[in-house]
Design a protein around this ligand. Structure first.
Ligand SMILES: *[C@@H]1O[C@H](CO)[C@@H](O)[C@H](O)[C@H]1NC(C)=O
Ligand SMILES: [Cu+2]
Length: 239
């Protein structure tokens, strides 16, 4: 039995990843994999040119879901991150290993049918980001120590209709070389109601928005100590 514990500990470290497993709307959790395309395995995407950078996928195939979640424009939703698809707790180790430091981000893409649209390609705009705060705390750390909760405001001025909501955490503990940064993302299927449509966001592509040479993707976060951090991707769309 003496050999078992180290083996288990090593396996735990090797797979200390995370999954955006459910969406909370108006204080109501919609259910694991309900309206969120979840994989069975929690591993990252590391290739920024992969189609799986949009909504995950090979080598972590996701399960389809027919649910499209109604969301009020101008309100907040909460992406709930869990270590594994079956994780029920919300303590830090139930969310992601705390060594996984980096930004949190969220994007939307307007689609005609959120349950059917695969995700890769153009049309994505960023609606939230949280990088390195002046006290040295990263966006991912705030989610890990905050019960896996990732708050995302749905802009009030976008057109009503169906969207894919891509919530993302980027772990930079091994990002000194590329590939090395770990991209964790899943897509929720939402129907935005009450949007004014007053503004049309500029958009980017996934894959395409990130490069392996981006200063926020190929970066050593340990030494010298960082005083600032450039979050990858476009600027955040605001109304
Ligand atoms: C709503 O989400 C935004 C991030 O998009 C966050 O900055 C803000 O604190 C959230 N508001 C509430 C009330 O949770
Ligand atoms: Cu990991």
């Amino acid at each position: 039995m003496k050999v078992v514990a180290p083996l288990l500990a090593a396996a735990g470290l090797a797979s200390a990843h995370t999954i955006f497993s459910s969406l909370e709307v108006g204080g109501v959790n919609q259910g694991v994999g309900q309206g969120v395309r979840v994989p069975s395995y929690n591993g990252p995407i590391e290739d920024v040119a992969s189609n799986s950078l949009a909504c995950n996928g090979a080598p972590n195939p996701t399960s389809p879901t027919s649910k499209v979640i109604t969301v009020q424009a101008g309100s907040n939703v909460t992406a709930i991150w869990r270590y594994m698809i079956g994780t029920t707790g919300s303590a830090p180790n139930d969310v992601m290993d705390i060594t996984h430091k980096g930004p949190t981000l969220a994007y939307l893409k307007k689609v005609s049918d959120a349950a059917a649209d695969a995700g890769p390609g153009g049309g994505w705009f960023k609606i939230q980001q949280d990088g390195l705060a002046s006290n040295g705390v990263w966006g991912t750390e705030r989610v890990v120590t905050g019960q896996g909760r990732h708050d995302i405001r749905i802009p009030a001025c976008i057109a009503p209709g169906q969207y894919l909501l891509r919530a993302e955490m980027i772990a930079l503990h091994g990002a000194g070389n590329y590939p090395g940064a770990q991209f964790y993302m899943e897509c929720a299927q939402i129907n935005v109601v009450g949007g004014t449509g007053a503004k049309t966001p500029a958009t980017v592509s996934f894959p395409g928005a990130y490069s392996g040479t981006d200063p926020g993707i190929k970066i050593s976060i340990y030494w010298p100590p960082l005083t600032s951090y450039t979050i990858p991707g476009p600027s955040v769309f605001t109304c």
